[in-house]
Each structure stands twice: as structure tokens, then as C-alpha cells.
Design a protein around this ligand. Structure first.
Ligand code: FO1
Length: 319
């Protein structure tokens, strides 16, 4: 015996649910997928970044998860596919079509299949499961909900749709407030509720707390199911040494009046998780995290490659 908690089926590794958005979330998902037996991981993906482009339904965080878990993601940028070609994008440019958001030729195939399936009445949960199966995944990738929810950012320039802020305007605007259009009409799906009910471990990925994790927690019924779950709940800080490893999390903490540190993130998750993972660089913040009622854990959190993400995942699984 190795002291690990035992799952209902007698396996020593726990059933795990990961809440994920962006590239950091997908890398955490890949580490957990490798650390756990096949089929033991469900990932709840943020869909607040979704939008429509040229008639296609774009789901960046779900696709980043699918491609990363299938080992097909672009190795440097993290989103999109490796060995991608851009013939369609060049043709669109010649036609004067909007090209600020880049969809590669192979990525377009995913978008065509998803958009057509949705048009035929399939749910986003159903079509995402179909795509995952086609890519050979055993991990379940679950959209946070089936309804359309749009993350909007209040800035001095007005209310911006997420991808306008993130890609078109290059994250240059100071974010004053974040809202999730359509969230009141959304409902936690049966698949998400089942995954949370069966989970022995829930991990909040080192994703942006405001635009990746918050929309997932805001889905009616989902936050309550998480609160009622008997699982161990752990969050991993996306802030290391006062900086975000990727993306605008640090800038958002500052512009929305929070401390720009892992402790600032821990305060946002107070009451949501039992354990909070700090990077080695932030060990000095452990007593302050403990005073929030969360157990601090100090681990190497920077997932610079497959070996580091597997090591982090294994450390999270161990109680
Ligand atoms: N990010 C960019 O910075 N520029 C792009 O042109 C872009 C295209 C894109 C296409 C498909 C996809 O799944 C993701 C894409 N992303 C792009 C990333 C995306 O904006 C972000 O990963 C998330 O929305 C933030 O988590």
C-alpha cells in the first residue's frame, strides 16, 4: 500500500476533475492525464472565450484542451495545431475577410465539424465528446455548459468581447470589470454534475482566475455542486513571483484592485478550495495562505515541459 486514497473501483489513484482555461489549464490537464489511469480525468473547459467567426463556432479553450491532450497542439504557442498550414487564411486575406483571428487549415476542419453538428441540434457537450473520441482521447473534455456564454470586459473603451480584448486589441486595455453575458440562462450539464459527484480530487488549474476559472464557477448549479462535493479541492497559482507565466492575469489583478501575487489569487479562492499551491519562489506567502483557511503547498509549478507538468500532477494527486 502506498497510502494513496482508494477509488470506488479499487484503484489507488483518485477520480479527478480539472477546471481549466487557456494554455496553462491545458498543460495541467496533460500532466494529470499522464499521471492518472486512462479515463480517470474529466476536464471542465471554459467556454466564455467562445465566439462566432465567418459563421463558425470557435471554442478556443476546448480546442486547446483537445489538441494538447491528443499531443497535437502547437508546441510553442500552445493553441492551434502543430504542422499547421494557412492556405485558407491567405485566401481569406485576398478576399478582404477578417483575418485578425487565425484559424489554420486543419483547425478549420474541427470548426466545420463542430458548427455543422451544432446546427443539426447536437449539444456542445455531445460534439466535444465526438471530437475527443475522434482524437483517441480517454479523458473526458466537458464544456462548462451547453448554452452560449460570452465573457465581456469593461474597459475605458467600453465593453469588449473577450477575443476583441485578447487577440484583436492585444490585451492592451485596462480591465475594470468582467461579466459573463448569458450566464443566468446557463445550467450545469448532467455530465458536469456527474463528474463532480464522482470526483475525489478537484483541481483549479493555474489559469486566469477572472476569465478562465470564474466563468466556470459562475455557471448556475456548478459552483454549488463543487461546494457540496466531498473531494479534496486544490488550486494552483497562475502567479509566480508576482508575474503571470502567460497572459493578462497579473494586469487584471492590479487593475481590479487585488494584490498582484499568489496571495492575491488565494484570496479569490478562499472558501472554494482546501489547498492552495504556491511556487517555490513564493514560499514566504505560505503563512498568509494558511491564515485564509487553506493548506498551503509549496511545489515547483512552472510547467516548462512534459517532465515538469507530470511531476506537478503527481504531487497534486498525492495528499
Ligand atoms: N490567439 C491569438 O493570440 N491569436 C490568434 O490568432 C488565435 C487564434 C486561435 C485559433 C484557434 C484557437 O483555438 C485559439 C486561438 N488563439 C489565438 C488563442 C485564444 O485566443 C486563447 O487561447 C484563448 O481564448 C485564451 O485562453
Amino acid at each position: 500500500m502506498n497510502g494513496l486514497p482508494r477509488s470506488g473501483d479499487g484503484s489507488p489513484e483518485p477520480s479527478c476533475v480539472l477546471l481549466s482555461g487557456g494554455v496553462g489549464g491545458a498543460r495541467m490537464a496533460a500532466g494529470l492525464q499522464e499521471a492518472l489511469p486512462p479515463g480517470r480525468l474529466s476536464v471542465l473547459g471554459n467556454t466564455g472565450d467562445d465566439f462566432e467567426l465567418l459563421g463558425l463556432r470557435v471554442c478556443p479553450d476546448l480546442d486547446t484542451l483537445l489538441y494538447t491532450l491528443a499531443g497535437r497542439a502547437h508546441p510553442d504557442q500552445g493553441w492551434g495545431l502543430q504542422n499547421e498550414t494557412w492556405q485558407c487564411m491567405h485566401a481569406l486575406e485576398e478576399l478582404g475577410a477578417p483575418c485578425w483571428f487565425q484559424l489554420g487549415d486543419r483547425d478549420l476542419a474541427t470548426h466545420l465539424v463542430r458548427t455543422e453538428a451544432l446546427k443539426q441540434g447536437r449539444s456542445l457537450t455531445g460534439v466535444t465528446a465526438d471530437l475527443a473520441r475522434a482524437l483517441g482521447l480517454k479523458t473526458r473534455v466537458l464544456p462548462m455548459c451547453d448554452e452560449a456564454v460570452g465573457t465581456r470586459l469593461r474597459t475605458r473603451e467600453g465593453l469588449l468581447d473577450f477575443q476583441d480584448y485578447f487577440v484583436r486589441r492585444g490585451q492592451r486595455d485596462r480591465v475594470l470589470e468582467v461579466e459573463f453575458a448569458g450566464i443566468r440562462q446557463a445550467r450545469a450539464t448532467r455530465e458536469v454534475l456527474e463528474a463532480l459527484a464522482q470526483a475525489e480530487l478537484v483541481v483549479l488549474a493555474p489559469s486566469n482566475p477572472f476569465v478562465s476559472i470564474a466563468p466556470i464557477l459562475a455557471v448556475p448549479g456548478l459552483g454549488q455542486a463543487l461546494a457540496q462535493s466531498a473531494a479534496r479541492k486544490i488550486a494552483v497559482s497562475p502567479i509566480v513571483g508576482g508575474r503571470a507565466l502567460k497572459g493578462p492575469a497579473a494586469a487584471m489583478l492590479e487593475s481590479m484592485g487585488h494584490e498582484v501575487s499568489a496571495l492575491g489569487v488565494a484570496r479569490l479562492y478562499s472558501g472554494v478550495v482546501d489547498e492552495f499551491v504556491l511556487d517555490l519562489e513564493d514560499e514566504h506567502l505560505a503563512p498568509a495562505v494558511a491564515s485564509l483557511g487553506m493548506m498551503p503547498r509549496v511545489l515547483p509549478t512552472v510547467m516548462s515541459g512534459p517532465r515538469e507538468r507530470l511531476a506537478l500532477a503527481r504531487a497534486l494527486i498525492r495528499p
